[in-house]
Design a binder for this molecule. Sequence first.
Ligand code: AMP
Ligand code: GLY
Length: 425
Amino acid sequence: MRVLVVGSGGREHALAWKIAQSPLVDRVLAAPGSDGIARDADCFPDVKAGDAPALVRLAHSEGADLVVIGPEAPLADGVADRLREAGLAVFGPSREGARLEASKAYARAFMARHGIPGARFAVFEDLERARAHVQSLDGPCVVKADGLAAGKGVMVCDDVRQAEAALAEIMAERRFGEAGARVLVEERLEGEEASYYAITDGRHIVTLAAAQDHKRALDGDRGENTGGMGAYSPAPVLTEAIEKRVLEEIVHPAVRGLADDGHPYQGVLYVGLMIDASGAPRVVEFNVRFGDPETQPLVVRMNGDIVPLLAGAARGDLDRAAPVGWGDAAVCVVLASGGYPRDYESGKPIAGLDAVARDTDVVVFHAGTRRVGGHFVTAGGRVLGVTARGATVAEARSRAYAAADRIRFEGVHLRRDIAARAVSP
Ligand code: AMP
Ligand code: GLY
């Protein structure tokens, strides 16, 4: 088989790396890919992830049997629909399915309609009304830009003052552009977060494992929300009993609801969960693609072949795919550019990659790098995802940090507490 991976980030590198190990696959292609992904796939840097006609041409000319779309933006733009119309097998939902992520207001309405537990919420297009609402709540809440904002358009607020500042930043200053034309003000859910992944062809469901990421920029979950500073799997908070509830109360109703609404879903449903003290799961968000950086520990932990799952979802025969197994644990530590998620500098030479590459329990996925001459330099906010496996989360964690500390570039920023909560003191 030939598999085309669409995207260029750390998640796409992790997918390409895992797909390349499949005995079914003789060639992995990536569009646009990256200099880091080029280790595991033939990259086509001129074919952008959002350019459906170019992707169709590439898939046909290279004979791709399966196209796996990594990021949310092309899905929200209907790229999967265009590729399916051209007769290609595609892993990734239609534009309608992708609205679950592309509009948080739509997602909350979908949950309410299908009885899926979430947060209480209100939607506003008018700044003064939104402000009056947070004043009436007079306590903690969460302010969110409705549209896509690269995982950064969510502000968790302790009080009215913070909520008003968040509203001003999103609605008046348009920090996230048009994504902030509409906002949600949500009940602030309390508990422990985890993300859960289910692959579906619209009818059948194969659940993967749970993972937990670290969205805030700084240790102790302080600082701004980022795309994710690290992740680990499994997530101990998701016990077998809670996982059963997640399936019954969330995953099955969502997949059924999408089909009943006329938008059968082919791809991965990423369920962002908050588990409260009683063990009740509620949805913080749905995403319509794999998590980044959660995919990095997931694929490093996964034993067996991911390709039958991806192809089964794309073709509609997921029930025939062999199940995958899971190794004990994996941890990913993100090395980011100083200043991320705000302004940062690029072009810093990266040292230490070769030394780390010799460790077979460690895989370094490239998120934002570029090759200049024979060397990699930084080229993004999140630069590398240093990922290690281990017999326990503790072992994987110390391996990941040992490797991360051997990699150096000017201004490197990393969190020191990735997976710390999953390690018994
Ligand atoms: P999202 O982009 O919707 O995943 O939000 C980013 C992060 O904000 C989540 O991972 C949570 O940590 C936090 N968050 C979002 N919505 C809520 C909520 N209703 N209650 C508490 N925390 C939330
Ligand atoms: N790590 C969070 C996300 O992929 O949305």
